[in-house]
Design a protein around this ligand. Structure first.
Ligand code: ADP
Length: 426
């Protein structure tokens, strides 16, 4: 009989899902990340926690609800006793959702009268106090998130933000109650439920607060928040004797094969990593969007270059460029078109390389990573050692056996493309 999973998570984007999966793995749960809605009879092997990565942050609320409910059902069918709805630690959403609508739909599905919502992640500078979200020392509404192209966050008061997205009443678990511990938190939740509240923003400014919340929520069928809220949840299963001691692997086995870095992110951290790799002498090929569009940089030529330059170590193929250059390309081609052009090229390239014996991939960029794993047909990833905060090595489940590091554009130190390989062994 396939063992049951304990914790099932539904995440609203790919690299956020990886971040959460890493958090659960680091706290001692055997964790698998599933990409897209799992089939109802999905087999998750011996995973204790499964994180489903959706792409539902900015789609229509009805579609986000449908995908999230289908995922939660598959997780429940596989045995999940607790469902975690994971969103961004900056509460990325619009007045129309999708945090509120998805949370309420999951509450209805699971028959839950009240649920906690806490995006705090102090290690990443996200804290919640008096219901207000801070990014570092700034209110969310004063942070760069106020100008996000898809989800501009112009109100730091999360009780108010969530209330605009929900039919039920939204309240607050203030810091003094969180600090008073699990019994005080549970008592407040009971009172709030009796008073008709449905969703409760929880204050948290330190990891200890998240651990108190985690303990208080040991029997909650539904928890919602950023990856920080997951910090205290594995301990509940450990105390109950359901999972083993924390045994985080420092390295990961990878079959013999070739290595490549595919960078489609133009974020500052990635551009620094590209430069550091070039400076260190890693063979590097730059993709030129206009040339690709004109057929002047065909995939066969790129693949041949990679094959010729990876006999002794990894090579880098990158499209990363400055904001000015990107803007110019976007004006010429349209931003969607330019993005899709590069994403398709890197995704198709990954397939050609896989067919030519490449099995170790670093991919930089959230959207880029999504395109590459979809093209490679990877549907599930086991979480391995942590390369940088929020970025683990992962292994694809099933065949072929690939190891992948999917890096959100802004994550990682400058030497990421050079040092990540050190965590792999034959
Ligand atoms: P990040 O995680 O840094 O946001 P993403 O991969 O999510 O990175 O997004 C970067 C987007 O920019 C992708 O759609 C990618 O195809 C596109 N892109 C990459 N290089 C260029 C370029 N030189 N000009 C225009 N768009 C680009």
């Amino acid at each position: 009989m396939t063992p049951s999973i304990l914790l099932g998570a539904v995440a609203d984007d790919l690299t956020g899902a990886t971040d959460l999966a890493l958090m659960l793995a680091r706290n001692g749960m055997k964790t698998v990340q599933f990409i897209g809605v799992p089939p109802e009879d999905a087999d998750f092997g011996d995973a204790e926690a499964v994180v489903v990565a959706l792409k539902s942050r900015t789609i229509a609320a009805d579609d986000a609800i449908a995908m999230s409910l289908a995922s939660a059902l598959a997780l429940r069918t596989a045995g999940a006793e607790q469902i975690l709805f994971k969103y961004c630690s900056t509460f990325d959403s619009t007045d129309a959702g999708n945090i509120g609508p998805v949370a309420e739909a999951l509450m209805d599905l699971l028959g839950v009268p009240i649920a906690v919502a806490c995006p705090a992640f102090p290690a990443a500078g996200r804290s919640v106090y008096q219901g207000h979200l801070f990014v570092g020392a700034s209110l969310l509404s004063d942070s760069p998130m106020r100008d996000h192209p898809l989800t501009p966050m112009r109100d730091a008061n999360l009780v108010r933000v969530l209330q605009k997205q929900t039919a039920g009443r939204v309240g607050l678990i203030p810091l003094d109650i969180v600090e008073a511990g699990p019994d005080a938190i549970r008592a407040l939740l009971i009172k709030a439920r009796q008073a008709g509240f449905r969703l409760m923003i929880a204050d948290a400014v330190r990891d200890a607060d998240l651990r108190q919340l985690g303990e208080a929520l040991s029997i909650a069928p539904l928890v919602t928040g950023g990856s920080g809220i997951a910090m205290g949840l594995p301990e509940n299963f450990r105390k109950a004797g359901r999972i083993g001691a924390i045994d985080v692997p420092a390295t990961m086995r990878a079959a013999k094969g070739r290595s490549v870095v595919l960078a489609g992110s133009c974020s500052m951290a990635t551009r620094g990593q590209v430069q550091a790799a070039i400076d260190a002498g890693m063979p590097a090929l730059r993709l030129i969007p206009a040339d690709i569009a004109a057929g002047a940089q065909p995939i066969a030529e790129i693949a041949n270059w990679v094959l010729a330059n990876t006999a002794r170590g990894p090579a880098l193929v990158y499209s990363s460029d400055t904001p000015e250059a990107v803007q110019q390309v976007q004006q010429q081609m349209g931003s969607q078109e330019a993005g899709a052009l590069i994403e398709h090229m890197l995704a198709n390239l990954s397939v050609v390389l896989r067919d030519n014996g490449f099995n170790r991939f670093i991919v930089a960029g959230g959207e880029t990573s999504g395109a590459v794993v979809a093209a490679l047909g990877v549907t599930a990833l086991q979480i391995g050692p942590e390369i940088a905060p929020g970025v683990p090595w992962t292994r694809s489940v099933g065949t072929p056996d690939l190891v992948l590091a999917l890096k959100s554009g802004n994550f990682g130190a400058p030497d990421f493309f050079l040092k990540a390989w050190d965590l792999l062994h034959d």
